[in-house]
Ligand binder design. Structure first.
Ligand code: SF4
Ligand code: SF4
Length: 305
């Protein structure tokens, strides 16, 4: 069995499992997954299921756990495919099975992760986009793996109907900005280094909104960032608003966007410090020039004697 078949990032899929065709929202597919298929739950093992921040939030609420409890019990750390960004995936049991699978199916089905919902239909602009604000063509592809008998079922629907049935639209909305950040980072390639501090921030914000909230309200965050009272009240009480705010923070922090403005006095201080450093460099250059000139004059007068 392909161990990466449910990954939502696409790049590590075996291309031979992807039907070589572009699908649109109105394209039709024949597929049905239900407890009667001979392969039922076959795809819930030996698999990488990367969790998005929205997946983690939704799951740990469903399971009535704190973010820390959920992360410790059900996940393990990994790097998001072809990036140096640390994230988490579901921790499989000793038999390589998803911790939520039973012979009767998925015990967290209503809140199952995004990757499980998308399968077997992938959205191509998640894989080819990346630049924020740059639209990429949206199309879909279908993964057809030998072990998956759902493709042999008679049920026919459009991609639009399939996605509505799986409840992927909400996942798309909630994951889009985070995936853009991941793809943007991926487009930089490995040669672009990222500080350990930035990686830690990415991990904390992407996996643990409890900690991110503490970071906002109990650190020097609000001394640096200009966040209005209304936004603060909202993110204090609304986890989805906090999640969306976290994406803005990551974009500001990793790519220097102005999604969350830095306070004026902080900018002024930074500009003053840069000017000071520049003035220091200029003074050093003047000093070096003076020394070199004196040395040259000394050598020239010595050669005339
Ligand atoms: S979360 Fe549910 S659907 Fe996804 S792999 Fe686990 S058991 Fe299967
Ligand atoms: S039909 Fe495909 S998606 Fe459904 S259980 Fe079988 S392998 Fe998994």
């Amino acid at each position: 069995m392909n161990t990466k078949s449910k990954s939502m990032f696409g790049d590590d899929k075996n291309p031979s499992n992807i039907i070589p065709r572009k699908y649109t929202m109105d394209s039709k597919i024949k597929f049905r997954c239900h407890p009667g298929v001979s392969c039922f739950t076959a795809c819930c093992g030996n698999i990488n299921i990367i969790l998005t921040p929205f997946d983690i939030l939704r799951l740990r609420k469903y399971l009535n756990m704190t973010a820390d409890e959920f992360l410790l019990r059900f996940t393990e750390p990994m790097y998001i495919e072809k990036t140096d960004l640390p994230g988490v995936k579901l921790h499989l049991d000793e038999k390589g099975r998803c911790p939520f699978v039973t012979p009767d199916g998925c015990t967290i089905y209503p809140k199952r992760p995004s990757a499980c919902r998308y399968y077997p239909v992938g959205m191509a602009n998640f894989h080819e986009g990346g630049e924020e604000g740059v639209d990429s063509e949206q199309f879909f592809f279908v993964v057809k793996e030998e072990h998956c008998k759902g493709h042999e079922e008679d049920k026919e629907w459009t991609i639009r109907e399939w996605r509505a049935d799986q409840g992927v639209d909400i996942c798309d909305d909630m994951n889009r900005k985070w995936l853009e950040i991941v793809m943007r980072r991926k487009s930089f390639g490995f040669q672009a280094t990222m500080s350990e501090e930035a990686k830690k921030i990415f991990f904390m914000v992407s996996t643990n909104l409890d900690k991110f909230k503490k970071f906002i309200f109990e650190s020097s965050f609000l001394d640096i960032y200009d966040v209005n009272r209304e936004t603060l009240d909202t993110i204090q009480n609304d986890d989805i608003a906090l999640l969306k705010f976290s994406y803005k923070y990551l974009a500001s922090c990793l790519f220097g966007t102005q999604d969350i403005p830095i306070k004026d006095e902080k900018i002024k201080k930074r500009v003053a410090r840069m000017k000071e450093e520049q003035a220091g460099k200029e003074a050093n250059a003047d000093e070096t020039y003076k020394i070199l000139k004196e040395e040259r004059d000394r050598l020239m007068s010595a050669s005339k004697k």
